[in-house]
Design a protein around this ligand. Structure first.
Ligand code: ASP
Length: 583
């Protein structure tokens, strides 16, 4: 038997027991007469002591130890003289009677402790060492617990977990596909699923009315901090449901998760916010509701007073930054620089300082004090607040103001990761216009059904058609989203037409689904949650990487496995592939 207990298990009640532990050497302190060893496994750390009167073999083994050696220790649990209240095993130590070195270890390239001295790249390269650290262990354990909790809930609601294939054809989530060449079908390729969207819809046609899967999805996109080329979704679909039914089940699910995993109880229904309200009040379809600072439209008040910046703008909006009237010139300049960064893209920032003593602004030249006050009041400003105003094309200005609102909130410490503000964003537009390609794209995906009352505008005014689509948002992040699907072949054909698919192209890409719909498709709908993101939300950490055992870096590389990599000529030949050097 390698061990009788884990390194996190022993307490004062175990004193006098003879135990065997196995783990990694975190630290060795040699104090001449005595040697102290911190032995670690994923359950904790136990202090081992090798005493002066220990036998020679034990002392000799202790003298050889280095960091991360794999060690087996047998000894007696004794009460510690100086207790360590910071760790659960801090009342005891194990007086070693036998030390067996199970394996030696090279000195690790960084410290394996709560906070490591290793940089990102190094820790990614040696991910298996980084995973030994407590923060990553906590992340992996949280992820596991959440997966169990999800399965428990969905099982109790009658959902079936059904796997769908990874080697499929193109699936429509608006990203690029990862493709896999087929050896048995020369010159043909599988695409890895961007999501199991079409497959789960086929499961509905097949009569499996409540489906779920914790499933990997693959999207070849440019990566950002919180994106990975492969990520995990909690994917769900239901038959004979309307939007309200889906939202109800998954609101109950979300509340169950918050309670089960974090012990947080939400008694009130989650807020529902139409997309247009989210955009106009927060400049985002994933508003952070942990704090207020809502936007106001002051176009009418600000235009027509000879201030050309405003006069030329389509839309003028602002918000009152709570308690920021004390901001100095320097702080305002820094925020101005912030909104002017290319990522935000504003041209400048207008401010109104609201104080008990009076109001001052950067536009005093153009407006009377009453006019400035009216603008500040429309933005909800009280004495002590600072109003920030941006202008331009409506949705551009709103999005820019959103970036500023979040930045100010960050500075004010309002983005508390321990606080949760979940909501549903509903009534999304069906289509999104793209200026570059000059065509409409499906805001969700092409199987999303339009609101029945908007169907009449599909061909005449697609921009005003709203979808039966919904997002679950928390703390400024989209955690999940879904829709009621189209189950009518005729309507689906119309949508494909709006999206610029010729009937032939639609048939080629999605014929299998449209054909299936001819065999009795039930009304259905569903949604998917980003599991990695949900974990990072619950864990209170921005990056999803910490919750993925073996993530990729920003260039989509696995630096530990050194993938992607070249393959042998023989493999290429087998696949009938030849390579072209990039320019
Ligand atoms: N397949 C969708 C997505 O990946 C989710 C859904 O509509 O169920 O975003």
């Amino acid at each position: 038997m390698y061990r009788t207990h884990t390194c996190g298990e022993l307490r004062a009640a175990n004193v006098n027991e003879t135990v065997t532990l196995a783990g990694w050497v975190q630290k060795v302190r040699n104090l001449g007469a005595m040697t102290f060893i911190d032995l670690r496994d994923r359950y904790g750390i136990t202090q081992i002591v090798v005493e002066e009167h220990s036998d020679e073999a034990t002392k000799a083994a202790a003298a050889k130890l280095g960091r991360e050696y794999v060690l087996q220790v047998t000894g007696k649990v004794i009460e510690r003289e100086s207790k360590n209240p910071k760790i659960p095993t801090g009342d005891i130590e194990v007086a070693a009677t036998a030390l067996t070195i199970l394996n030696e270890a090279q000195t690790p390239p960084f410290t394996i402790e709560e906070v490591s001295d290793g940089g990102d790249d190094l820790r990614m390269k040696y991910r298996y060492l980084d995973l030994r650290r407590p923060p990553l262990q906590r992340a992996m354990i949280l992820r596991h617990k959440m997966a169990q909790s999800i399965r428990r809930f969905l099982d109790s609601e009658g959902f079936l977990e059904i796997e769908t294939p990874y080697l499929v054809g193109s699936t429509p989530e608006g990203a690029r596909d990862f493709v896999v060449p087929s050896r048995m079908n020369p010159n043909q390729f599988y695409a890895l699923p961007q999501s199991p969207q079409t497959l789960k819809q086929l499961l509905m046609v097949a009569g499996y009315d409540k489906y779920f899967q914790i499933v990997r999805c693959f999207r070849d996109e440019d990566l950002r901090a919180d994106r990975q080329p492969e990520f995990t979704q909690i994917d769900c679909e239901m038959s004979f449901v309307e939007q309200e039914d889906v939202i109800n089940v998954f609101e109950r699910w979300a509340k169950y998760m918050f309670k089960d995993v974090l012990g947080i109880e939400f008694t009130e229904p989650f807020r529902r916010m139409p997309w247009i309200e989210a955009m106009e009040k927060y400049g985002s379809d994933k508003p952070d509701l942990r704090f207020g600072m809502e936007f106001a439209d002051i176009t009418d008040l600000a235009k027509g007073h000879g201030f050309s910046v405003f006069d030329d703008a389509e839309y003028i909006c602002g918000f009152a930054a709570t308690g920021c009237a004390t901001y100095t010139r320097k702080q305002i300049d820094a925020l101005t620089d912030y909104v002017k960064r290319p990522q935000v893209g504003a041209k400048g920032l207008i401010w109104i300082r609201v104080e008990e003593a009076g109001i001052k602004s950067s536009i005093d030249k153009f407006y009377s004090p009453e006019e400035v006050r009216a603008m500040a009041e429309k933005c909800g400003a009280k004495a002590g607040d600072m109003v920030f105003i941006l202008c331009g094309k409506k949705f551009k200005a709103l999005t820019q103001l959103c970036a500023l609102r979040l930045e100010v909130a960050q500075q004010l410490g309002l983005r508390d990761p321990k606080k949760f503000a979940p909501l549903w964003v509903v009534d999304f537009p069906m289509f999104e216009w793209d200026d570059e390609t000059e065509r409409f794209y499906a805001m969700h995906h092409p199987f999303t059904s339009p609101k029945p009352e908007d169907v009449e505008y599909l061909e005449s005014d697609p921009g005003r058609v709203r979808a039966n689509a919904y997002d679950f948002v928390c703390n400024g992040t989209e955690i999940g989203g879904g829709s009621i699907r189209i189950h009518d072949a005729q309507l689906q054909a119309t949508i494909f037409k709006c999206l610029g698919f010729t009937p032939e192209k639609a048939q080629e890409q999605f014929g299998f689904l449209m054909n299936a719909f001819k065999f009795g498709a039930p009304p259905h709908g569903g949604l998917a949650f980003g599991f990695d993101r949900l974990c990072s939300l619950f864990g209170g950490v921005e990056s999803i990487r910490d919750y993925i055992a073996f993530p990729k870096n920003n260039a989509g590389r696995d630096v530990m496995l050194d993938a992607p990599s070249t393959i042998d000529q023989s493999q290429l030949d087998e696949l009938f592939l030849s390579l072209v050097k990039p320019e």
